[in-house]
Design a protein around this ligand. Structure first.
Ligand SMILES: NC(=O)c1ccc[n+]([C@@H]2O[C@H](COP(=O)([O-])OP(=O)(O)OC[C@H]3O[C@@H](n4cnc5c(N)ncnc54)[C@H](O)[C@@H]3O)[C@@H](O)[C@H]2O)c1
Length: 301
């Protein structure tokens, strides 16, 4: 297996525990590098396109760079996989549904995007481009493309630096600092443990009937963000308090919040039999364990 990553937001240390796996090769480089991508695709049987500028904070503060990087990388990867006839799994996002907060969103639910002048939506625009390219290639070229729309996925090794909420809360709790909840905290999200997300992705990747289709992958249990913060405090034994921060202070201009985002995962379940095996509390515990071990390693060095 070859991993291509430019380490712009990822960390090489995330692969340290796999250092002894002889079949794993790490290549540092960009998914927009046409020659490199084409060569790596030619050497592979299947391709998972995960690379992306991610994180609301990063997207809102660097909208143009994020947009162009995501579009160019996706174009480069999909052009190579279609040309080489390789099966491709493309990771899109629940962000493509935009402000649609009507309940459990199914794959054919409407997209309700805010103004393109609001930088938050540049990520959804880039991911929507990828989805259209994947389905267009399938229809016109017979490309074996599968698209997954990931809803919030959390777990060990995720960074809180670019807007991901759970690792940020855990670090704040372990430092006994206030857990900063943006807005009034009543906005809800559904958090899937990374183990369940990976199981869903792999089940689809190996299923011929998934080709040419789009699937939501995520947990369906909704939790208000303020409740997530309280659970992190409780489960880590922290003395932290919750602090509400207005959106205008938390983000640059160009941010819009959404009340709720919940997936309908029946298409994935019916095709593969997938079901989540871990709860949000399991994810919180695993992130706490991981962050404590990082702190311990840092103290020991
Ligand atoms: N984690 C989630 O909740 C979530 C939700 C929706 C969609 N997704 C999608 O899933 C995929 C994986 O996300 P993740 O949460 O593992 O994020 P991540 O930040 O851990 O992984 C993305 C990786 O892409 C790399 N990268 C960025 N630009 C690159 C480029 N031009 N060339 C090569 N590498 C590049 C980064 O260094 C990083 O390691 C992304 O496509 C993301 O849009 C994730």
């Amino acid at each position: 297996m070859t991993v291509l990553d430019d380490l712009s937001t990822g960390r090489a240390e995330n692969l340290a525990h796999l250092a002894d796996v002889p079949s794993l090769r790490f290549v540092e480089g960009s998914d927009g590098d046409t020659d490199l991508v084409d060569r790596l695709v030619s050497e592979s049987d299947v391709v998972m396109h995960l690379a992306s500028a991610v994180g609301v904070q990063l997207i809102v503060s660097n909208p143009l760079e994020s947009l162009l990087k995501n579009v160019r990388g996706t174009d480069t990867v999909m052009t190579a996989t279609a040309r080489r006839g390789r099966r491709l799994l493309y990771t899109s996002t629940s962000e493509v549904y935009g402000k649609n907060s009507t309940g459990a969103l199914s794959e054919d639910s409407d997209r309700i995007l805010g103004s393109p002048f609001k930088s938050r939506w540049s990520y959804a625009i880039a991911k929507g481009f990828g989805e259209s390219m994947a389905s267009g290639q399938h229809r016109t070229l017979g490309a074996r493309n599968i698209t997954v729309r990931l809803f919030n996925t959390v777990g060990p090794r995720q960074t809180g630096m670019y807007g991901m909420v759970l690792p940020r809360f855990v670090r704040q709790a372990l430092a006994d600092e206030p857990l900063t909840v943006y807005g009034n905290g009543t906005q809800t999200r559904c958090f899937a443990h990374v183990h369940d997300t990976v199981a869903g992705i792999l089940a689809l990747l190996g299923n011929d009937e998934a080709i040419g289709h789009v699937f939501n992958v995520g947990d369906t249990e909704e939790i208000p963000i303020i409740e997530l913060a309280r659970r992190v405090i409780e489960r880590s034994g922290s003395s932290s308090k919750v602090e509400l921060v207005p959106y205008a202070e938390a983000y640059d201009d160009g941010f819009e919040e959404l009340g709720r985002r919940k997936p309908d995962t029946s298409a994935l379940q019916e095709l593969t039999g997938w079901a989540p095996t871990r709860t949000v509390d399991d994810a919180i515990d695993d992130v706490i364990l991981h962050e404590r071990s990082r702190e311990g390693a840092a103290v020991g060095t």
